[in-house]
Each structure stands twice: as structure tokens, then as C-alpha cells.
Write a protein that binds this ligand. Sequence first.
Ligand SMILES: [Zn+2]
Length: 342
Amino acid sequence: MKALVLEKAGQLSLRDIYIEEHFGVDDVRIKVHTVGICGSDVHYYQHGAIGPFVVKNPMVLGHEASGTVIEVGKGVKHLKAGDRVCMEPGIPDPNGKATRLGMYNLDPAVRFWATPPVHGCLRETLVHPGMFVFKLPEKVGFDEGALTEPLAVGVHAVRKAQIRPGDVALVIGAGTIGMVTAVAAKAGGCSKVIIADVVQEKLDLAASLGMTAVNVTREDLNQTVGNATNGWGADVVFEASGSEGALSKAFEPLCPGGRVVFIGMPTHPVPFDIVSAQVKEARIETIFRYAHAYPRALLLMESGTVNLNPLVTDKYRFEDSIKAFEYAANPKPSSVKIVIEL
Ligand SMILES: [Zn+2]
């Protein structure tokens, strides 16, 4: 089948590839429709590695996908051919200890699309365990279907933060993950979500989604958060930029007893002032992908509480996948989510 293959760092080809797939009784065969390009895909394309994960053999990219079911195994009861679906890209070992404890995202044996050596979803069809395939509600289109994946990250982060009604949240970083975290925080009961970035175009989009946007090149973030909270500070800080400068200062705008959730992944170890966290008895949470978040993400979109369509700023055809990645490596400041349609 045709697929977008990362041959090695910096070299992509759209070509035929043979992928050995076993179709079991609990599996679903899917015709892929829309795939979102994630920062990690672009990172593999540019550098051929993320931390310990190194691309040693040609690998199909992509892990944010929606599509249409073309075949279901005998054991699959919740889906039928023709259903529009989205897929959770990580497949854990069902018998692993972390999986049995409910933390299947932390299973050391998890196989995640487009994390070497596992092929991703930028290809015509794929086989996936039915357990990780979710039917799209009627009003959720293929774009939002593909964006269920990043939204799941936001949902997971908000659950970790244990948001309470009326909380004021600060989200640092207005990329896709910052945006989906902000909308999930709002949906989760925050009275106000402040979002900080250095790119005005992204902040304008965030503002159109109901967020209070702060351009940190022009405004003092701590002061803005202080003004918005009678000097108390944000109840929750979501760090979604992964930038070293922002990370080390994440506790400054936090209120006493507040929570900080680290979502962004810095490329290097980052030092931070532990005392600045201690004097507020800050609770620190971290997240790695998500677990059990897809059904909630889909319900949020079905109910209209969350609308991710404005985040899709650029669309490419499958034939132009290489162009899409070249653009994604050097996008306009206004670009948030670039998707490829098959
Ligand atoms: Zn992603």
C-alpha cells in the first residue's frame, strides 16, 4: 500500500510499502481518512530521533488519525463496516502490570504509532485492535476525529489537575497541546483560562476560543495573572511549551496550594527552584500521553462543549504529504494544526 515513509532523518518518500499485519477476531480494518501532523512527527523527520527512540529503519509517520471501518473481526461488537472512527495510537500489552492497574499508557511494552520501530498511520489502510477504535458521533467530522488524539492529552492533563468549579488556570504555550489543554480546562469547570505565548497569531486564535491571551514578549505574565486573581495566583498552571525559560518559572504565577501539570517535553534536563514550589506547597503532576481519555474527548465534542475545527489551519492532500511536512517544519506563525487528507 501507499504510505508516507521516513527513510531517515530529512528524507521522506510517498511510496509503496509492505506492512505485515495480522487480522485477528478482535481487530478492525480501517481506511484512513485524515491524519494530523504532530510536533513529534516533524521532530522525527528533522532529526531522526526523539530521546532514546531512534529511527533505524524506514518508518511510516503519523499517529493522529480518523477513518472509516472496512472490516471487523468476529469479536468486535461495537463497530461495523462503514462506521466513521478515530483510533487511539498506543497499544499496550493487555497483561502488563501497568495495563492491569489502569495505567496502560505507562506500559513499558506499549507499541505507539510512529514511535520507532512501529509504523504510523499515514497510509491507505491499517489494522487496529477494536478496543482502541472509537465511533465518531454524528456531529464530529474527520478533522475533529483526528484531533481527538491531542484533545485526549488535554483531557488527561485536566483530570490530573483535579480542576474544581471556578478555578483559574494558566496554560503556558499556545501550540496544539496548549490549545486543547485550554479548551479542556474550560470544559472542566475553569472560570477563566489564561494562555501565554510569544506568537500573537496563535494568541488571537486562543482568544477567539474564549481564552484570555497574554503575549509574554509585551506583558508581564505574573502581573497579568495577579490582576486576574486579586493577587492570589492561578489555581492550576499547565506547562505546555516545553521551553526551558517558561518551565523553570512555572511556580511564580501559581497560588498557594496550587497545582502545576508538566505537559511539554523539554529537549534537555531543566533545573528549577524547588523552594519556589515548597513555599506554596505546590502539587506537581506530570503526564505521558493519556489513558481512558478518548471517550470523554469525544463526548466533549459531541455535546458542543468543545469545538476543535478552528485549530485546523492547513490542509494537504495525501499526494502532497511531503510538501505538508516541509511546510510543517517551517510553518507560518498562524498555523496550528496541519492535517493530511487521504
Ligand atoms: Zn501527537
